[in-house]
Design a protein around this ligand. Structure first.
Ligand SMILES: NC(=O)c1ccc[n+]([C@@H]2O[C@H](COP(=O)([O-])OP(=O)(O)OC[C@H]3O[C@@H](n4cnc5c(N)ncnc54)[C@H](OP(=O)(O)O)[C@@H]3O)[C@@H](O)[C@H]2O)c1
Length: 231
């Protein structure tokens, strides 16, 4: 990825920190939107200074189309979009509020649409681009108490595959990874550490994402790749 320009959303998160490090280790420059300065500072604290120099931070709320358009419009070049923004919420469907339902779709699916839409315009101008999105095991194996999360992530799978189909015949690809439980500090706090050794590590998942985001993955289109570790 030497010399490439990569947009990583959610790059300050549990998975995003590992993905940002992996992309920088491969020599790319990274544009990284964030919402809160403390998250940017936490990420900067774990990056080697020589790699941190290749990160351009921009404050942006990615549910806002104008902010997404500005973010991408300001990039000189966009070789790969790695869209990691997303989030988890749970509850019985009969009790689940419509506001929370809409929030899950806004966070998981609508941000993916906005980032892909504006990235595609830029990528089509050069006939080159890699899009990697993140679903979840629940998108293809839905479970109770997680209807909004599973349904919105299933939408991300469908959107990614539709884009991959639209881009056939070009050098622009779109693929999605489907993690089960990722070994993040948040998950360890929420679920305990007893089974953590079975979970997929952020560093391991980052390698799969980096490959899909690289020029070498040119013939992989519309794949939904399970990355479940040992769960
Ligand atoms: N963790 C798991 O076990 C797991 C399993 C399957 C799939 N996934 C998926 O993997 C992805 C990353 O998960 P994670 O555990 O790394 O999540 P995370 O730690 O919560 O990170 C999510 C990141 O997205 C950012 N973000 C959220 N809303 C945003 C917005 N409107 N505009 C800009 N940035 C926004 C967050 O910033 P703020 O701090 O400002 O909110 C945070 O940096 C998600 O799509 C998640 O659904 C995770």
């Amino acid at each position: 990825m030497q010399g490439q320009q990569v947009l990583i959303t959610g790059g300050t998160g549990g998975l995003g920190t590992a993905v940002t490090r992996a992309v920088l280790e491969q020599g790319a420059a990274v544009t990284l939107p964030y919402r809160q300065a403390r998250d940017m500072e936490r990420l900067l604290a774990v990056l080697p200074p020589a790699e941190a120099e290749r990160v351009t931070f921009k404050q942006a709320d990615l549910t806002d189309e104008a902010a997404v358009a500005d973010l991408i419009g300001e990039m000189a070049q966009l070789d790969a979009l790695i869209h990691l923004v997303g989030g988890f919420s749970m509850g019985p469907t009969a009790e689940y509020s419509y506001a929370d339902w809409q929030g899950a779709f806004e966070l998981n699916l609508h941000t993916t649409f906005l980032l892909c839409k504006h990235s595609l315009k830029k990528m089509q101008a050069r006939n080159y681009g890699r899009i990697v999105t993140v679903g979840s095991r629940g998108a293809v194996e839905p479970v109770g108490q997680l209807a909004a999360y599973c349904a919105s992530k299933a939408g991300v799978v469908a959107l990614t595959k539709a884009i991959a189909d639209e881009m056939k015949g070009t050098n622009i690809t779109a693929n999605i990874v489907l993690p089960s439980v990722i070994d993040t500090p948040t998950n360890r706090r929420a679920m305990g550490e007893e089974n953590a050794s079975q979970w997929v590590t952020p560093a391991s998942l980052a390698q799969v994402i980096c490959f899909l985001a690289s020029a070498a993955a040119k013939d992989i289109r519309g794949a939904a790749i399970p990355v479940y570790g040992n769960v």
